[in-house]
Design a protein around this ligand. Structure first.
Ligand code: NDP
Ligand code: HSE
Length: 444
């Protein structure tokens, strides 16, 4: 069926819209289940039946979470996406290849695309969006950020008449679970990670989550939509949570803070550039993001007229993510029947992404120091030399265990880095125990 073929036909006379599903793992198996269990409702909502044309997988004989007619399963994904009787391709394989090649081949043949693939969109969104525009097909990807949470469509469509200043949130469930456990039980990073793996939140290879790659890909997608600018994963400053210690978490708690892995996409003060970063940060316990527990996600959007909006919910999981995929399937199916398309990628603003050194925020610095007169004065002098203003200083322990904990006022990241370098050279500083950004005081 070509887009628009069914325009004007009554629902009962429309032939089914046929879906090729690429991948049948955690998310794909739930897409199959929902397509089957909700077939009647979906047909009524779309105006035509939705039918599975085939399901491409890597291993035909693998046990699956859902029953599938064996005749639908294939390892020939390319053969499936290029079939004439396929209208919509749903890609839930993940990763860059073969997902990219399959999506591009499907678009070339006029298929609408639904994908949950943040890694691909953040690495090579330009190619994928460009092909969708060139071939006049839909590309929907709500599930790629925030799992079940309706987030991209509100940003892209509901806020299309507003001016977004900042998007700040928790977009990785695995790391939020780990940090939450460290905070609530005093566990070490390693123990909390093991627990997350045992519960199936973290993968056997947790690198993408704990090193911040997953969150960075999501931040790139969010920033691109929010600021009408192309942002790739390579533009995102990224730090993971592997260096966070139980002592850091305890120190944060003592000061009324909690540590979260945040994705922060913000316009600069003059509005001429944007900063996109993912890193652990301390936020006050009274901040709404501090109450986001376990593997949940939450994202704050600050817009000129709308003010502050918060989106909260399950950021991962098979059924949850499949809900977002199904929403996209319904949207692209309706578009096909109406002979129309959703909005193209919007990159007209084309703002440069500024380096992390330009970022202005506050910092928590813990220094292992000699416990003797004059130490505080020398430390304060270093901060002053680099134009970093101190808000509070606290001493923990004494003698050989003395630690100075300093929280700064707003300063540029580059100035803070230079301060830390100078502190490392001071004979009275035994070690810079930790440096962490402090966020979220201004929107309490
Ligand atoms: P899984 O690893 O559970 O499933 C991947 C599926 O892809 C498997 O069915 C696998 O086949 C199939 N596959 C792998 N390689 C090929 C190939 N070359 N050809 C055909 N099929 C292939 O991944 P998820 O379901 O967890 O994730 C899918 C996508 O959704 C990813 O982009 C992910 O980032 C995204 N996502 C996932 C979320 C989650 O909670 N899991 C949340 C939000 C987004 P086989 O089964 O035979 O091995
Ligand atoms: N690994 C991701 C997370 C899955 O933990 O949030 C959702 O993208």
């Amino acid at each position: 069926m070509k887009p628009g073929d069914a325009v004007g036909k009554p629902a009962g006379e429309r032939r089914p819209l046929r879906i090729a599903l690429l991948g049948c793992g955690t998310v794909g198996s739930q897409v199959v289940r929902l397509l089957r269990e909700q077939a009647r409702d979906l047909e009524a909502r779309v105006g035509a039946p939705l039918e599975l044309a085939g399901v491409a997988v890597r291993r035909i004989d693998r046990r699956r979470d859902v029953e599938i007619d064996p005749a639908l399963l294939t390892t020939d994904a390319m053969g499936l996406v290029t079939r004439d009787d396929v209208d919509i391709v749903v890609e839930v394989i993940g990763g860059i290849e073969p997902a990219r090649t399959l999506i591009l081949a499907a678009m070339e043949r006029g298929k609408s695309i639904v994908t949950a693939n943040k890694a691909l969109l953040a690495e090579d969104g330009a190619t994928i969006h460009g092909a969708a525009r060139r071939h006049g097909v839909d590309l929907y990807f709500e599930a790629s950020v925030g799992g079940a949470i309706p987030l991209l469509r509100p940003l892209r469509e509901s806020l299309a008449g507003d001016h977004v200043h900042r998007v700040l949130g928790i977009v990785n469930g695995t790391t939020n679970y780990i940090l939450d456990k460290m905070d609530s039980t005093g566990a070490s990073f390693t123990d909390a990670l093991e627990e997350a793996q045992a519960l199936g939140y973290a993968e056997a290879d947790p690198t993408a989550d704990v090193e911040g790659f997953d969150a960075a890909a999501k931040a790139a997608i969010l920033a691109g939509i929010a600021f009408h600018t192309r942002v790739t994963a390579a533009d995102v400053h990224r730090e993971g949570i592997t260096e966070i210690t139980a002592a850091d978490v305890a120190s944060a708690a003592a000061m009324g803070y909690v540590i979260k892995l945040l994705a922060i996409c913000a316009r600069s003060e003059d509005g001429r550039s944007v900063g996109v970063r993912v890193h652990p940060a301390m936020i006050p316990r009274s901040h709404p993001l501090a109450g986001v527990r376990e593997a949940y996600n939450a994202v704050f959007v600050e817009a000129e007229s709308a003010g502050r909006l918060m989106f909260y919910g399950a950021g991962a999981g098979g059924p949850q993510t499949a809900s977002a995929v199904l929403g996209d399937i319904v949207a692209v199916a309706r578009n096909r029947l109406a002979g129309t398309r959703g909005p193209d990628e919007s990159t007209y603003a084309d703002l440069p992404v500024h380096p992390i050194g330009e970022t202005v925020t506050r910092y928590h610095v813990a220094l292992d120091v000699a416990d003797k007169p004059g130490v505080l004065a020398r430390v304060a002098e270093i901060f002053a030399k680099h134009d970093v203003s101190i808000q509070t200083v606290r001493q923990e322990g004494h003698g050989d265990d003395a630690q100075l904990v300093i929280v700064t006022h707003h300063a540029k990241d580059a100035a803070l880095s230079a301060t830390v370098e100078s502190l490392r050279e001071l004979d009275i500083v035994r070690a810079v125990a930790s440096v962490m950004r402090v966020e979220g005081e201004d929107e309490r």
